[in-house]
Design a protein. Structure first.
Length: 211
């Protein structure tokens, strides 16, 4: 109940103040999967959440769960704690478990927010999760959040223009697993390339259906 209440509030705010638009909803398949957006702002998770036609799960820093109000709220918003140390086995198990239960999980392939709004290199962790789960990957391009709330700013701007573009699902059953790291790198590169295609599609007028 809290998830849908907060989603409704954020959706209303985004539509009024950010003229938020969503493209490619029909690309989002039923069942489990990993949603992979670009990442430039703290606004990215909630905007992806309100844009997706089904509920999704999030990974959040474990320190947020220690704060009095947030510690009560964010678990109700389908958020799961992640330690910032490298190689968080528990986080991977959480994702694998959720996808196995036919849930969708948001994972940022870049691993962190871009300080200048440009794409960062994708990290192998997403590739590893895709290998382990064999699930659909839904690429997403998020537009405008860097202008509204960039890295280093304490507060977001009241007005702006944002959009979420969902691309067609990616599957990687054809990727060889003989060299696991090479396969993971190939998966991540393919995901980032598709996000870049979605950006180009949006900036060129958002005509037709996103790729």
């Amino acid at each position: 109940m809290m998830y849908f209440l907060c989603s409704s509030i954020v959706w209303l705010y985004a539509k009024i103040f950010y003229r938020h638009k969503v493209y490619g909803k029909s690309h989002v398949p039923k069942g489990g999967g990993i949603i992979t957006p670009n990442h430039t702002s703290f606004l990215d998770p909630p905007l992806v959440g309100i844009s997706c036609p089904t509920k999704i799960h999030f990974l959040a820093r474990d320190t947020l769960f220690q704060k009095r109000f947030l510690g009560w709220l964010i678990p109700k918003l389908n958020s799961h704690p992640v330690k910032r140390q490298k190689g968080n086995v528990q986080a991977m198990r959480t994702v694998i478990d959720l996808v196995g239960k036919e849930e969708k999980v948001l994972i940022f392939p870049e691993g962190r927010r871009s300080p200048d709004g440009k794409f960062l290199s994708g990290q192998l962790g997403v590739g590893m999760l895709v290998q382990r789960t064999g699930c659909n990957v839904i690429p997403v391009y998020i537009h405008g959040t860097h202008a509204v709330w960039p890295v280093g700013k304490k507060f977001f701007k009241l007005f702006g223009k944002t959009a979420a573009v969902f691309g067609s699902p990616l599957t990687f059953s054809q990727v060889s697993v003989e060299d696991k790291k090479a396969a993971q790198a190939q998966i991540v590169e393919t995901i980032m390339d598709r996000i870049k295609e979605l950006k180009a599609w949006y900036l060129n007028g958002a005509k037709g259906t996103p790729p």
